[in-house]
Design a protein around this ligand. Structure first.
Ligand SMILES: [Fe+2]
Length: 179
């Protein structure tokens, strides 16, 4: 089962493509998200979820092209479904819900103003801000609060000036969370 750990480290270490429309790589973006989770004294599970939340972008072909073609690659489901074989629900569910969390938070003006241009474009593709029914449904899901927390770290993790930690520094934590 440790192969998945090697694979994660490989994908992070070899990722050179920029996160859609941003000035950081997908790997740096996820590392920064995990660092923010740590700084906010999150649980180990949420730190892992933060670290892996966009793993689906490593698995779908050419995420930039999808956005250009105005297709939502549903990276959250791709990533969560793949990682579900290896990690428990309390890590997988916030990953799965992190796009819904953005649609939930997008109703809030202060949050909306934090969104980058690229994030506003993808929000549209993802269905835009939630309506009242969707809000109700979302709040009935276990882990929705974790997903909201993850999302807030996510938004703050696109800074090219931040020196990210190395994926290897999370190796022990990842191993400890394997199913
Ligand atoms: Fe993200």
């Amino acid at each position: 089962m440790q192969n998945i750990i090697e694979e994660i480290i490989f994908n992070f270490s070899n990722n050179k493509s920029l996160y859609i429309g941003e000035n950081v790589t997908i790997a740096d973006h996820m590392l920064q998200t995990a660092m923010l989770a740590e700084r906010n004294k999150s649980s180990d599970n949420l730190i892992c979820a933060s670290l892996l939340h966009d793993y689906g972008h490593f698995l779908v072909e050419d995420p930039d092209k999808l956005v250009d073609q105005k297709i939502d690659g549903e990276h959250e489901s791709v990533g969560a479904n793949y990682l579900r074989k290896f990690f428990p629900e309390n890590i997988i569910e916030p990953i799965l819900l992190h796009v819904e969390a953005k649609r939930f938070l997008a109703r809030d003006h202060t949050y909306f103003k934090l969104l980058s241009e690229a994030s506003i474009i993808s929000l549209k593709l993802q269905g835009g801000p939630m309506n009242d029914d969707e809000i109700k449904q979302f709040k009935s899901k276990p882990y929705y609060q974790e997903a909201i927390n993850l999302r807030r770290f996510d938004e703050g993790a696109k800074n090219p000036k931040v020196r990210s930690k190395k994926i290897e520094e999370y190796k022990e934590l990842l191993i400890s969370k394997l199913k």
